[in-house]
Design a binder for this molecule. Structure first.
Ligand SMILES: [Zn+2]
Length: 52
C-alpha cells in the first residue's frame, strides 16, 4: 500500500507530484494542494514548454 510522502496517509487516493526538491512523490490530495499553493510542484517535465 502506498502512503502519502508528506503525512503518511494511506486511506485515500494518492496523486503523483513532481516536487522541486524531492523529485516525484505520491501525496494525498490535501498535501498536493498545499504543495501546489506553495509552488513546490514542478509542472510539466524540465520546466519548459511541453509543445512539439
Ligand atoms: Zn498527505
Amino acid at each position: 500500500m502506498y502512503r502519502c510522502s508528506l503525512c503518511g496517509r494511506d486511506d485515500t487516493a494518492l496523486l503523483e507530484a513532481k516536487h522541486r526538491t524531492m523529485g516525484t512523490v505520491l501525496v494525498c490530495p490535501e498535501c498536493w494542494s498545499k504543495l501546489y499553493e506553495a509552488n513546490e510542484i514542478v509542472s510539466g517535465s524540465g520546466g519548459g514548454c511541453a509543445c512539439g
